[in-house]
Design a protein around this ligand. Structure first.
Ligand code: MN
Ligand code: MN
Length: 295
């Protein structure tokens, strides 16, 4: 990785770290998710970054891939995962935390399980550690607390304008002796008292470019051009585009989806609909290990 890219990663990480602090102060029970998403994404822009993907605000049994749509009515409650991405010129910092918004703090231990799993994984990570070693420590930490890791959600390598690139890092013992090389990686254990699997639970309003192509509809063409220039291969959402292109956005997105140009992400829901906690940080692995998404 060249100097400039390293610098961009660190800057993206610092912005993400600051925005996490801001988010922890901002989010209160019963706040509209739409307001939370807009304020947090604005904060990223104000600090000089760009969102690498729409702010994810997944509640309770939804593990991932929920962002408010432009007419969203959901409010913050229960167990809320706040997952944000910041990029500087395509270098991405990906980080998440979980909030217990119940009065009785009933998700405290579940949140602790994913946080401890992340800590323990970060403690052992160095160049040439294996996927097996990382997966084992995550699984062990979570199961010791009486919960299960989510097996089909993983940490991942980060690429240029790519949130998921190269290696995936499972959260369970996987006997994979592949070693981590230099690069940027997101470590993200999820914990649940449920089955430990997620399934596709319906459309999310989060998209990314799947392939190049052409459509007839004028709004769809404008949106397509904008996606190519502004988001490239990064995820984006209906809410962002409706703000810019107005009420024809939804139908235009449908045209683009039906023509195979866009991939529409599904919400990822825990199989037994049990609550899910998540903790995530991004590391830069060079001769040393730097956790870039912390202050
Ligand atoms: Mn994330
Ligand atoms: Mn991630």
């Amino acid at each position: 990785m060249d100097e400039k890219r390293l610098k961009n990663y660190k800057r993206a990480g610092q912005i993400a770290a600051e925005v996490k602090e801001y988010a922890r102060q901002l989010i209160k029970p019963n706040m509209p998710l739409l307001e939370i998403a807009e304020k947090i994404e604005d904060k990223i822009l104000k600090l000089g970054g760009k969102p690498a993907f729409p702010l994810n605000l997944a509640k309770d049994g939804i593990a991932a891939h929920y962002t408010p749509s432009s007419n969203d009515n959901e409010i913050a409650a229960g167990l809320l995962k706040v997952d944000m991405g910041v990029h500087i010129d395509g270098s991405i910092a990906d980080t998440a935390f979980s909030l217990d918004l119940t009065e009785e703090e009933k998700y405290k231990e579940l949140i602790r399980a994913s946080e401890d799993a992340l800590e323990n994984a970060l403690k052992i990570i160095k160049k040439s550690i294996t996927l097996s070693e990382i997966g084992s420590v995550i699984q062990e930490t979570i199961t010791k607390k009486g919960f299960s890791p989510i097996r089909n959600l993983s940490g991942h390598e980060l690429g240029h304008f790519l949130v998921h690139a190269g290696l995936i890092i499972p959260s369970y013992e996987n006997n994979n002796l592949t070693k981590l090389q230099e690069g940027a990686y997101a470590i993200e254990p999820f914990a649940t008292p449920g089955l430990g699997l997620v399934y596709d639970g319906g459309k999310s309003s989060i998209y990314r470019l799947e392939k190049q192509g052409s459509v007839r509809d004028a709004t769809a063409r404008k949106i397509y051009q904008y996606i190519l220039e502004e988001y490239r291969t990064l995820p984006f959402c209906e809410r962002w585009l409706t703000k810019k292109f107005g009420s024809r956005t939804k139908i235009a997105l449908l045209f683009l989806e039906n023509s195979g140009i866009l991939h529409h992400y599904s919400k990822l829901v825990e199989k037994s609909n049990s609550p899910v906690s998540q903790a995530e940080d991004t590391i830069l692995l060079t001769d040393k290990v730097e956790i870039i998404t912390r202050l």
